[in-house]
Every structure is written in C-alpha cells, then in structure tokens.
Ligand binder design. Structure first.
Ligand SMILES: Cc1cc2nc3c(=O)[nH]c(=O)nc-3n(C[C@H](O)[C@H](O)[C@H](O)COP(=O)(O)OP(=O)(O)OC[C@H]3O[C@@H](n4cnc5c(N)ncnc54)[C@H](O)[C@@H]3O)c2cc1C
Length: 393
C-alpha cells in the first residue's frame, strides 16, 4: 500500500463524506468498515442548509434531491392542547436567507447517495468486515490493525481518521476517559406509509410537538411516500443499539393525554425502534500525530438540534481542505483541521443539550416556554440558529 494513502475507520455518513472530500484533493483513501454490509436503520434525517451546502461541495446534492423532500414549513405545536405555538417557512424564503435548502431524507437514501459517489471514485477503496482494533504511529506514517473474520490485517497510511461513531475505538485509544454519557432519555423511531395517515399529517411540514417531559417530531421522507416519526421520552434503560425492547403499547400509553394529531401519529406504526440517547462531553483536543477524529467519534451530540450528521459533513469538508496543502507535515495539517472544528462542534453539542432541557420542561416552566415561543416571530425560530445554518466550507 502506498504511503500516500489515508485510512478512514468507519463508513457511516462521516466516514464516507471524509473519503469523498479527501479523494477530491488527490488522496487515495481506504475506508475500513466493521459491518459486512453498509445499511442504515429505517429512519429519517433532517439536512439543514449547512448540511446541504456540504453535500453540494461533495458533489452529492443532486442525487440526494432525488429522494429528499423540501419541507414547506417548520411548525411547533403544544403537544397536549394541540394549539400552534409558532411556524416558520422552510422553503424558498429560508433557502434564500441561508443560501442552501433545508431537506429531509431517509437515512438509507443519504447513505446510498454517499456510497454511490464513493464507489464511483477510483481513489476510494471500501473494505467491509474490517474492525479497526489498534494503531501505531511511526516515521510519518500510521499502521492500523484491523480484524477480518478473526485474521489480523495491517494497513499503512499517512493518516488515520477515526470516523467510527459514538463508541469509537480510535477515540478510546486516544482519550480513554471520553466515554458516552447516558441522557436518561430514549428516541423511539418509526416510518409509516404516507397514505396510512390523515392527509394533513403527510404534508411537507417538519412538525415538533412539545409536551411535558417528552416531544414528538414528524416529517415526510422517501420523496413523500413515507413519514418519519421520532418520539423522545424519559427512559432509564441505557441499552445500546436499535430496536431494544421497543414496546408499542408502552409508547402509546405515554402519549395517551396528547393532542389528537400526536396520538394519531404515535398510534400508527406497528413497529418502533428504541434508541437510548448518549452524547459525549465536548473535547478540547481530538487527535495526536497522524491520527484524528471525525463525526460522532469526535463530538457525539443529542439529536435535539438535528445536527449530528450535519456536523460530520462539515468535518469532512474542512478535513479535505486542510489536507489539501498538507505537504510533508500531515500531523500539522490535521491540527489545523481540529482547530477549525473543535470550538464550533462544542458549541453545537452544548446547544443540543440546552434544547433537550427546554423541550422537556414541565409545569409553570413549560407554560413560560410556550408563551415565549408564541411571542416570537416564526422566522425567529430559524434565525436563532443562523450561526449553524449559514456555515459553509
Ligand atoms: C434519534 C436520532 C435522530 C437524529 N437526527 C438527526 C438529524 O435529523 N440530522 C442530523 O444531522 N443528525 C441526526 N442525528 C445524528 C446522526 O445520526 C449522527 O450524528 C451521524 O449518523 C453520525 O455519523 P458518523 O459517521 O459520525 O457515525 P456512525 O453513523 O455511527 O458511523 C460509524 C461507522 O463506523 C463503523 N465502526 C464502528 N466501529 C468501528 C471499528 N472499530 N472499525 C471499523 N468500523 C467501525 C460503524 O459500523 C459505522 O458504520 C440523529 C441521531 C439520533 C440518535
């Protein structure tokens, strides 16, 4: 293997985007992925303008648009009473304001678009069934040991990018104390055929219902053929992974006192997948020598700002740009990348935590929150996060 190669651990949204960004600036990239097949859980993802701008930069936005939905509105509703609290335009007006569209898409469609672009790129090799276990830096290079069905393989590159998710092995070796923190909450996710719902609930609207101690999000995906649902509730089961004990009746009971629309959505799916929510504390430094982190491995965050994948896409674009001029000093270029990313991603992590607190207020604090949301203009809902949405590589 050539010493010009860069090794990426993980072929999630972050790892595939990083491979594309690095190939664009002339690196040969080997992506080592633990799974035997690249597939995504059946769920949606919101792509804010900063994310769609990155996808355009990576050359995959046109493909993403084929299955994405461009929502018309973002609507916040009182989960219990059903009254509208606020509403913002998400289409042309917001696109002009932030310079790139808001889109919502099935995760599998986003992953497929990135994978197709990576597979079409001769500079990228994706090796499935390879679990990165160890690495060691030496003489301006890094050797990575990966387990392939019980056999250890070694890969040598000029850099290793740990894009291996919230339970990152690369991060664990560099920063063993940076462990995932359980939120005490679970996200329940499901997708349902759009035609199985009352027509108004399948409209191109991102809906957020705020109730006491829980919230619910819905939006259409798959070119409008399906609707994605996410319900977030308190939960004391820190089990990892998808589909753990996702008891439909448990969820419908939790939403029993909610508005008619919220109950209609929660009661529709036959099957829910439950995901215990973790984040990590913002880190002051990510990498060392020829090794760095990217995406959830570096800054796993709660989904209450819908920015985890978006920040991974931003990381990927900045990494490509920082390494464009790396010359012989790869570690210095990686530190430039980190300097450009650490403060911003920490700020987004903290803002996501803050939203988590506000979304689940109860009693008088909830009433005050709803009053404050009503008092603001609809546009202010999005304008608050202009510092996130305006970003471009
Ligand atoms: C309920 C919920 C809703 C969300 N909604 C949104 C949203 O609307 N918008 C948004 O932007 N983000 C959202 N996110 C966040 C987003 O899903 C993640 O931030 C994003 O998927 C992270 O991508 P990643 O590539 O960093 O990590 P991952 O997607 O976790 O990918 C890591 C990859 O590394 C592989 N891997 C792991 N360990 C190894 C190893 N040792 N060797 C080799 N391979 C390995 C894994 O198999 C995996 O393929 C949401 C998250 C949740 C939980």
């Amino acid at each position: 293997m050539s010493r010009d190669d860069i090794i990426v651990s993980g072929a999630g949204i972050g790892g595939l985007a990083a491979a594309l960004a690095l190939a664009r600036v002339g690196y040969r990239v080997t992506v080592l992925e633990r799974a035997l097949k690249i597939e995504e859980a059946g769920a949606g993802v919101q792509l804010a303008p900063n994310a769609t701008r990155c996808l355009a930069f990576l050359g995959v936005l046109d493909r993403v648009r084929e299955t994405a939905v461009r929502p018309r509105l973002f609507r916040v509703t009182d989960g219990k009473g059903g009254g509208r609290l606020a509403e913002a335009r998400m289409d042309r007006e917001a696109e002009t304001r932030f310079g790139s569209p808001f889109l919502v898409i099935h995760r599998a469609d986003l992953q497929a678009a990135l994978l197709a672009a990576a597979e079409a790129e001769p500079m990228i090799a994706i090796r499935l069934g390879r679990t990165v276990e160890e690495f060691a830096a030496h003489d301006g290079a890094v050797t990575v040991l990966a387990n392939n069905a019980g056999t250890t393989e070694d890969y040598v590159g000029r850099a290793l990018i740990g894009a291996d998710g919230i339970r990152s092995t690369v991060r664990n070796r560099l920063h063993p104390s940076a462990v995932p923190i359980f939120s005490g909450r679970a996200a329940w996710r499901a997708t349902v055929p759009a035609d199985s719902l009352p027509a108004h609930l399948a409209e191109p609207i991102v809906r957020l219902w705020l109730g006491p101690g829980a919230h619910l999000v819905s939006y259409p995906i798959s070119a409008g053929a399906a609707v994605n649902l996410v319900a977030v509730t308190p939960d004391d089961r820190p089990a990892q992974g998808w589909g753990v004990g996702a008891d439909r009746d448990e969820l419908t009971k939790r939403f029993a006192g909610w508005s008619r629309d919220a109950r209609a959505l929660v009661g529709r799916p036959e099957r829910w997948l439950r995901w215990a929510l973790f984040d990590i504390d913002p880190m002051k430094s990510w990498g060392k020598g020829p090794v760095t982190l990217l995406g959830d491995a570096a800054h796993a965050m709660f989904p209450f700002l819908a920015q985890g994948a978006a920040q991974a896409l931003e990381d990927a674009c900045v990494l490509g740009l920082a390494l464009q001029e790396a010359g012989d000093d790869m570690p210095a270029a990686l530190r430039v990348y980190e300097q450009l990313r650490v403060a911003r991603t920490a700020r987004v992590q903290k803002a996501a935590r803050a939203n988590g607190r506000v979304y689940h207020l109860k009693g008088p604090a909830r009433v005050a929150r709803d009053f404050a949301i009503r008092a603001r203009s609809g546009a202010a809902l999005l304008e608050r996060y202009a510092w996130i949405y305006e970003w471009g590589p």
